[in-house]
Design a protein around this ligand. Sequence first.
Ligand SMILES: [Fe+2]
Length: 299
Amino acid sequence: MLQSTMMQTRRQFIRTSLGATAAAVPVKWCRAEEVSPNLKIKLRVCVASDLHYGQKDTPYVKMADDLVGWVNEEKKTKGLDALFLNGDLTNDSSEALLILRDGPLSTLQVPFHTIKGNHDFIDEKPGSPTESWQKIWGYPSNHTVKYGDFVFIMADTSAPRKSDVYLAADLEWLKKELESHKDAPAIFVMIHIPQRKQGVEGWPQHGVHDVEEVGKAEAVMDLLESTGNVRGVFHGHNHDETAAYVSGEKRYFFDSHVGGSWGAKKGYRILEIYEDNRMLTYQMNAEDNIESNRDEIMG
Ligand SMILES: [Fe+2]
C-alpha cells in the first residue's frame, strides 16, 4: 500500500518499495478470475462522488457520516490508500464546503482528494474563505497527485457557481499533465462531468450538451484515447450509473453516488492494482454491502 507523494514523510518508502524497474511495467486491466487470492495489492483506492452535502430535504448529515464510515471500514478491513471525491461534494453552497471539510471529512482515516463538481460553488469574493478551490483545499481545481508511480489527474469541468453549466476539461492543461507523466505505468483521470453527449455512441445521460462544449469535450476524449498510459477515466455526476463504458479502447467508469435525492443504490468504486501490475475495479453497493461489475473489464 502506498501513500501520496504529496505526503513528504512517505516519499522514501515509496521509492525503496517500488524501485526504478516498476515504472517501466505497464499496468493492465484483468478479469477477476485471473487474480489469485495470494496476489498482494500494491495500491487500493476508492472513488466516490455526489455527496451533495447541504441539499435541502435530504439526510445529508447521515449520508456524510455513512460515507466516512464506509471508507474508514474499507481502510480497516481491506486496506485503502486514498479516497477521491469526484465532484458535487456539496449542493450550491460555498459555506457547506467548509462545514464538510472541517466536520465529516476531517474524520476520514485515509488521505483524500477533491474534484470540483457543478454543484460545488466557490464564492469568488476576494478575501472570502471560499474564494477559490485552492483556498479551501490547498490545491487548485485542476491538479494531479501521484501514489508511487501511479498518476491521478483531476480535471475541473464546472463553472465557479452555476450548476447547469457542464464544461469540457481544459485541453491544454491536460496535454501538459499527460506529457509530464508520459513514462508513468498508469494514469487515471478523474472528471466529474461525462465528456460525451447523451446518446452519442450509446453514452448515458447527463454528459456535456452545449454545442460548443460537446466539440471541446470530444477533443478531450480524443486526447485521452490517444495517450497510451491513460488506463481509466472516472466520472461522477450521473447518480444512476455504475457501469463502465468503452471508447477508443479506454474505460470510462461511473460510481453511482453517496448522497443527493436521486439515483441507484448509494456506493463507490474500488480500484486495486496488484503486485504484478494487473488491476481491477468494481462497484460497491454500500447500502446492501454487495459488490458488482467486477467482470466488466476484458483483458
Ligand atoms: Fe454533478
